[in-house]
Ligand binder design. Structure first.
Ligand SMILES: [Zn+2]
Length: 77
């Protein structure tokens, strides 16, 4: 689930942030890297950690904006 949302999140990134994703190998490594980050809190690079943190915030915002927030959050985490 969170893997698919990582791809949605990518569409929301700035050009500079998309470059970080691209330099890391593209969409798939980024999505897998984020899944791993949620599990063990470790990011491969400081730039990616910034992005992952932003992604977590983004997830919290879309959850808060939705009335079914808890079910979305439960699905993701
Ligand atoms: Zn994928």
């Amino acid at each position: 689930m969170v893997h698919e949302i990582a791809h949605v999140f990518e569409g929301d990134l700035t050009a500079a942030e998309q470059k970080v994703v691209k330099d890391f190998g593209g969409s798939e490594p980024f999505a897998r890297g984020f899944e791993k980050y949620l599990r063990d809190g470790k990011a491969p690079t400081p730039e990616l950690k910034n992005l992952f943190d932003k992604f977590k915030e983004w997830l919290a915002n879309i959850s808060n904006a939705s009335s079914s927030s808890s079910s979305l959050t439960n699905t993701i985490f």
